[in-house]
Design a protein around this ligand. Structure first.
Ligand code: SF4
Ligand code: SF4
Length: 348
């Protein structure tokens, strides 16, 4: 029996940046030449709604797969998870140079977090490899890493029905023409085999993504957000219920989450966008030293701004902040985190 091919999905950039487009196209063209790789190209992960053909394609992949996106790997992983696309974390060796030193710490932190996470659930027996396309501008770096993963991936993979609770829709088992042809509009063998439906347009979206490996289900976010974005599941687990109620550009609840478990993948602050590597334990109060605002003050200001924009009354710190918050010295978020957030906000 022939070994199953490794599926590699390239998620396109939101921007029309020519370098980014070129990297995506060259990567897709090179991967199409690999006999052991199946390639799909989809729009930006964060922007696709649950029934977008690209998302249905991702849901249809039965075994291990690699996703390359212009997002931090943690943001890729939890954006997929909220769409019901889950798996064990495949370790990519292609990471940012700055992150390399922190890798060991991250691994032990994610081990600890995976025990703390309230809603991670049982993960299907397969691996998802999430790779950030910002890490390198060299196509060869990605090809080399994907070949390495293809070699290490288990040939034994779970069946679609195993992780889809046996409810796969017929369309989930088909292949799709998912996005622009990666070869400048020329038909590729792969795309000819796919459904010739024109690509579905996507609009830019803005909503929180929960990292359930960190979330402790404290429900502070649902108390803090006054726009009805959050809800709870039948099992009383926090979830992002009405994502399009979220105010574009507002990252306020990510600043109040005591576990740094709320991501806004498109935010300019790397900490809020899902970069790994906490600086926990470094307790020097630099925020006071430089007069920077605390993250709670920033969050309150951002929330008030959105309330006023809606014609409502600003509430300051009077609603949705536990009393203990003022005194809290969180192990996950400290004054240095606050300072970094504040610096990220400064126009340079
Ligand atoms: S505030 Fe953070 S840790 Fe608490 S429920 Fe919300 S996401 Fe989870
Ligand atoms: S960012 Fe603002 S509007 Fe969006 S969920 Fe958080 S608090 Fe609510």
């Amino acid at each position: 029996m022939a070994a199953r091919k490794l599926t590699v999905v390239i998620s396109q950039s939101q921007s029309k940046n020519p370098q980014q487009k070129q990297l995506e196209q060259e990567l897709a063209a090179r991967l199409l030449m690999e006999a052991t790789i199946e390639v799909g190209v989809v729009p930006h992960l964060y922007d696709m709604h649950a029934d977008h053909t690209g998302m249905l394609f991702l849901k249809s992949i039965p075994g291990d797969f690699v996703v390359l996106s212009w997002l931090y790997p943690r943001a890729i992983r939890w954006t997929l998870h909220r769409q019901g696309i889950a798996g064990k974390e495949g370790q990519s060796l292609l990471i940012d140079d700055n992150d390399e030193k922190e890798q060991a710490e991250q691994e032990s932190a994610s081990e600890a977090n995976s025990q703390k996470g309230a809603g991670i659930g049982t993960l299907p027996n397969r691996f998802l490899y999430c790779i950030d396309l910002k890490v390198s501008s060299e196509v060869d770096d990605y090809i080399e890493e994907i070949k390495r993963i293809a070699q290490e991936q288990a040939v034994e993979t779970v069946e679609l029905t195993d992780w889809n609770n046996g409810n796969s829709k017929p369309e989930q088992t088909q292949q799709y023409l998912l996005a622009e042809d990666p070869q400048n509009g020329q038909d590729s063998q792969s795309s000819k085999e796919k459904n010739q439906t024109p690509p579905e347009p996507v609009k830019r979206r803005w909503y929180p993504v929960i990292d359930y490996a960190r979330c402790t289900n404290c429900l502070e976010c649902i108390d803090f957000c006054l726009f009805g974005v959050y809800g709870v599941s039948g099992q009383d687990l926090i979830l992002v219920e009405t994502q399009d109620n979220c105010k574009k550009g507002c990252p306020a609840c990510s600043r109040v989450c005591p576990e740094n478990a709320i991501l806004f993948p498109g935010h300019k602050s790397s900490a809020i966008a899902g970069a790994e590597g906490e600086i926990a334990g470094f307790k020097i109060d630099l925020s006071k030293l430089f007069g920077a605002e605390s993250s709670i003050d920033l969050a309150v200001k951002e929330r008030d701004r959105e309330l006023v924009a809606e014609g409502r009354t600003a509430v300051g710190k009077n609603i949705g902040l536990p009393k203990r918050r003022d005194k809290q010295t969180s192990s996950s978020r400290n004054h240095l985190d606050d300072l970094i957030d504040s610096l990220d906000e400064m126009p340079l």
